[in-house]
Ligand binder design. Structure first.
Ligand code: SF4
Length: 106
């Protein structure tokens, strides 16, 4: 498997969904954290309350100097995704990363 180049592009492009355990832990900054925490996870998912907070430019709030500042406790989706993956479910995400890299704006 190819090694991560730590370009940080995937952390700038995609919105991160917390799983139930992560959301319930209240350890992560979420997009709507100013609102009350929702105890019903399905309801939280429906309204997007389990989405990680983003900076104004759309990048993940935890991306600092192209590195994940919470690498040891990064969400499950971040652990599973790898841009050299051959899994079909990641095809569109990988294409977007390649498109962004081809612009060389990072
Ligand atoms: S939590 Fe870390 S790995 Fe996940 S998108 Fe944010 S910066 Fe990237």
């Amino acid at each position: 498997m190819e090694k991560c180049s730590q370009c940080g592009v995937c952390c700038r492009l995609f919105i991160i969904n917390l799983n139930e355990k992560e959301y319930s832990s209240k350890e992560y900054k979420t997009l709507f954290e100013k609102f009350d925490h929702i105890s019903d996870f399905k309801e939280a998912e429906e309204i997007g309350a389990n989405l990680l907070s983003q900076n104004k430019d759309g990048s993940c709030i935890y991306l600092k100097d192209k590195r994940c500042s919470i690498h040891d406790r990064r969400p499950e989706v971040c652990r599973k995704f790898f841009c050299s993956s051959k899994e079909k479910k990641y095809k569109d995400m990988i294409r977007k990363i390649k498109d962004e890299n081809s612009k060389k704006i990072w």
